[in-house]
Design a protein around this ligand. Sequence first.
Ligand SMILES: *[C@@H]1O[C@H](CO)[C@@H](O)[C@H](O)[C@H]1NC(C)=O
Ligand SMILES: *[C@@H]1O[C@H](CO)[C@@H](O)[C@H](O)[C@H]1NC(C)=O
Ligand SMILES: *[C@@H]1O[C@H](CO)[C@@H](O)[C@H](O)[C@H]1NC(C)=O
Ligand SMILES: *[C@@H]1O[C@H](CO)[C@@H](O)[C@H](O)[C@H]1NC(C)=O
Length: 316
Amino acid sequence: MLRLCTLVYLYAVCVSDGFPTGHLEGSVNDRPIIGMLTQEVVDDGMMRFGKTYIPASYVKYVESGGSRVMPIRLNQTLPEYEKIFKSINGMMFIGGAVDLETSDYARAAKAFYRLAVESNDAGDYFPLWGTCMGFQLLTVLVAGENLLSNTTAENVAFPLNLTVEATSSRMFESFPTDLMKALSQEDLTGNFHHYGVTEKTFRGNEKLQQFFSVLSTNIAENGVEFVSTIEGRKYPFYGVQWHPEVNRFQWDPDMQFPHSHNAVRVSSLLSEFFINEARKSLHHFDKPEEEEAALIYNYTPVYVGNFSGYEQCYFF
Ligand SMILES: *[C@@H]1O[C@H](CO)[C@@H](O)[C@H](O)[C@H]1NC(C)=O
Ligand SMILES: *[C@@H]1O[C@H](CO)[C@@H](O)[C@H](O)[C@H]1NC(C)=O
Ligand SMILES: *[C@@H]1O[C@H](CO)[C@@H](O)[C@H](O)[C@H]1NC(C)=O
Ligand SMILES: *[C@@H]1O[C@H](CO)[C@@H](O)[C@H](O)[C@H]1NC(C)=O
């Protein structure tokens, strides 16, 4: 079969017998787009701006790794989500406070999770990242049940208790030795959660255990050890119970946001790591106009720093 690659509309499209196939062994997509589901607004102060939102800190985090963001509305049909899935190169499940099984957010996330699993199974690389509630969501999706319990660590920064598996992980592969040491000794990871998966529950659940390597744990206020960083053994799915984006993009002085040089390095390297995973996906929009209309650049963030822990949020 004749295959040739042409540069169309500034992105590489692989053409096979005249039709774009979206897949070419070994090629790299240097214009990745990360999908981000909008979150249902639950904070009274935010209601007047819109029904759903995305904190700008997550957007900046993804952009800083060399990618663009597509906000994805909730309540769309499965065919609509399938079309979006074929257009984006990775997905980030962000933090928030909604029900992990029954919310509009959880339903949409489940659709994308299934698409991502099928796609990777078929050899079409597609990375997922979950932060905080997004981490919890990944455990619910993989386990098929909600295994969360009280692991309160609210507004506190910790070093990570790294496991042996962390040293041979993909996530921390690009971390220099001095930074790995700092990560295990300095308060570089901000925690803002009430629930999580305990180390005991995680290790005791066959599905979670088989699916993910545990890269770090931490101790909650009630003394319970919870899982704080995970990486898919087979799938390019990653989760952090902590918040790497706050290290560079949130500044509320009442919040324990780590801003040291090492904290910034951790945040930068993880962002770059995830976006590099997305470069392995050759999904793309059919037309440049569709791509332009889908990107977050069409929206303007609103200043919310005077009544929330975020500086800016996008509302939809
Ligand atoms: C999604 O649909 C449900 C049911 O129609 C509705 O109650 C909810 O407000 C919608 N959510 C969003 C974010 O539009
Ligand atoms: C790391 O684990 C040790 C031993 O279990 C514990 O004493 C310590 O508090 C943990 N550190 C953090 C930051 O959770
Ligand atoms: C979780 O445990 C902490 C510390 O023991 C306690 O203060 C808090 O009220 C508990 N939270 C929930 C939601 O049960
Ligand atoms: C926050 O600031 C914006 C504009 O800067 C203002 O419109 C809004 O009323 C303020 N909100 C509060 C709760 O102070």
